[in-house]
Design a protein around this ligand. Structure first.
Ligand code: SAH
Length: 337
């Protein structure tokens, strides 16, 4: 709940509305129970206990990478479902990568998160808890958030927007929109709705192929809405928000890493000043796809740069704790079944 909603609730409970600010601040600090909120009166705490609940997820598993200190949490939610959150330590600050759904229904051919389909969407409070509980448990202050864990954020649009309002609120955790990235497989309606809100967050689009034939093969979402329509939506987004879009591009051996595809990709992203982030494919046990060789990735990068495109190659963190893209949650599920 946002402070103004808490104020309305408090007045319904016959309690002073001005306590909403304090209550919101406690909830933004991952308070596990109303009893922890010691600066609220005993009567107020009792009234809240009777009518409301606060819930913080339990740590089911926590793994720390011995290579780079990346921490992967497996959280148990109230209904027994589990989602993962990853905390990465970068020089520019600690970044948390959160899940937005339990499972995913997008069906991308390279991704482990979608193997069991979509179980349910996450509530705003559950996404908030991923950030706050990771911060509290790890003791690492979080400065950046990426919505790049399990799930498709724009397939859970309203809850994701509410989560952003909660985490960004000046009376709460107050993480600036410019420190938040949202990654989508390319839901055009969602991109248009997001553009309307004109938030200052960074939009990342998982493009992964510049031609419909290849993209439809590895990303079913492309079959109903092709590359042309997606790029049109990206242009509208850029024009409305003036925020440069980041295009994610997984490098898959012999699938999307040819010279011709590099040229096509450059022609798509250059007109809107897009940034390309090349990601070496992380091998997923259930998938036959292989990563491109480092030499191929370097050549692809060079070709894009030659055409005036801004490119980076993503550094992989947390490989030894299965925290890399697309690998979340599956192992635990397999171990439990
Ligand atoms: N559904 C959103 C966000 C979650 S996935 C999206 O599609 O963008 C976050 C990123 O990890 C996406 O770019 C996704 O394509 C990528 N990814 C999925 N599986 C991967 C794998 N096996 N190796 C590398 N990146 C992968």
């Amino acid at each position: 709940m946002l402070p103004e909603e808490l104020a309305a609730l408090l007045s319904e409970l016959g309690q002073p509305r001005y306590r909403a600010k304090q209550l919101f601040s406690w909830l933004s600090r991952d308070a596990g129970s109303f009893d922890e909120m010691t600066d609220l009166s005993k009567e107020l705490r009792a009234a809240l206990r009777e009518t409301c609940s606060v819930y913080t997820p339990k740590v089911l598993r926590k793994q720390i990478s011995s290579r780079d200190g990346t921490i992967k949490y497996l959280w148990e939610l109230e209904d027994g479902n589990a989602v993962e959150t990853v905390v990465m330590r970068y020089r520019h600050g600690n970044t948390v990568c959160i899940s937005t759904q339990v499972g995913c229904r997008m069906g991308c051919a390279f991704c482990a998160s979608t193997l069991g389909g979509l179980v349910r969407v996450l509530r705003p409070s559950e996404m908030l808890s991923e950030v706050l509980s990771s911060e509290r448990d790890s003791g690492l202050p979080i400065s950046n958030i990426v919505l790049m864990g399990i799930g498709e954020p724009l397939d859970n649009f309203d809850n994701v927007i509410r989560f952003l309002q909660l985490i960004n609120h000046p009376q709460g955790r107050n993480i600036g929109m410019r420190h938040i990235s949202l990654s989508t497989c390319g839901l055009v309606d969602g991109i248009d709705r997001l553009a309307e809100l004109d938030l200052q967050l960074t939009l990342s689009v998982s493009l992964h192929a510049p031609d419909d034939e290849t993209r439809s093969r590895i990303m079913p979402v492309n079959r109903s809405c092709g590359v042309g329509e997606l790029m049109d939506a990206c242009r509208r987004y850029f024009e409305k928000t003036q925020r440069r879009i980041s295009f994610e591009y997984i490098m898959i051996d012999g699938v999307n890493d040819s010279d011709k595809q590099a040229s096509l990709l450059a022609a798509l992203v250059r007109p809107i000043g897009g940034h390309v982030n090349l990601i070496p494919l992380n091998h997923v046990e259930e998938r036959a796809l292989k990563p491109s060789s480092p030499e191929r990735i370097a050549a692809f990068q060079k070709q894009l740069e030659g055409k005036g495109v801004n490119v980076t190659v993503r550094r992989s963190l947390g490989g030894d704790v299965d925290a890399s893209c697309g690998q979340l949650r599956r192992k635990a599920e397999r171990m439990n079944s």
